[in-house]
Design a protein around this ligand. Structure first.
Ligand SMILES: [Zn+2]
Length: 233
């Protein structure tokens, strides 16, 4: 079943509401003690791109949830390649269980951890998913805020008559398909210090040609599909 774009946009909007209602409202006063004008704007984007940005001048955090990201996370074939899937599994968030609801709730928590990371001055060029980031993400899960985020998103969806599947999703064991990648996709690959980020510039038969971004700017790689992950920025 192909996810419906209109419903996916509505879900992306509910992710915006959820981020403000649960995560931001829990931290707002604390963050404003050091930056009195700090604020958050959430919006939906039409593509896959999902990210946190910070406007230093106006002290405004901006989180964008891509409609095509919401669509991709509703289908096992395309959900498997996202960093959210790996984070939930490898760090045991939500009991390590992959479902549409868990993936989308985790995306809210993930982007909000970037907000906290930015506020703490721990977001560095070329090292975005660093151990500071994972400390914050772990904390959001440990104190129960990730669960509250998930409940809130599920309640809102139910209220709006939108279907968010909370059943465990069976993922294909390995991603070998060219069809899930396209030119312009933001990706990451490699582990630890060798981790790289970039943008797909060409889809080949078994690999993507990736142009490095951030610390890998100026470099070009041929990366097998199995090594590629879609980057939640
Ligand atoms: Zn991220």
């Amino acid at each position: 079943m192909t996810p419906d774009p209109k419903a996916s946009r509505a879900i992306a909007r509910l992710m915006c509401d959820t981020t403000r209602d649960t995560l931001w409202s829990s931290y707002r006063d604390r963050l404003r003690q050091t930056r009195p004008h700090a604020d958050l704007q959430c919006r939906t984007g039409s593509g896959r791109a999902t990210y946190h940005r910070y406007d230093h001048r106006h002290q405004i955090h901006l989180i964008t949830y891509g409609v095509r990201m919401v669509m991709a996370k509703q289908t096992p074939e395309t959900a498997a390649s996202w960093l959210s899937t790996r984070e939930i599994r490898s760090r045991g968030y939500f009991g390590g269980e992959i479902s549409v609801l868990n993936l989308l709730a985790h995306t809210c928590t993930h982007e909000f951890a970037h907000l906290l990371q930015q506020h703490a001055g721990k977001r560095y060029h070329g090292s975005v998913h660093n151990h500071h980031f994972y400390q914050l993400l772990d904390q959001l899960n440990d104190v129960g805020l990730a669960d509250r985020t998930r409940r809130h998103l599920a309640d809102l969806a139910r209220h709006h008559g939108l279907f968010l599947d909370d059943r465990t999703m069976a993922l294909p064991c390995q991603q070998q398909q060219a069809g899930q990648w396209q030119k312009g996709d933001q990706v990451r690959f490699g582990e630890g210090r060798a981790a790289r980020e970039g943008q797909v510039i060409k889809v080949n038969r078994r690999t993507c040609t990736v142009e490095g971004t951030g610390a890998s700017r100026g470099l070009r790689f041929r990366v097998p599909f199995v090594m590629l992950e879609a980057a939640d920025a």
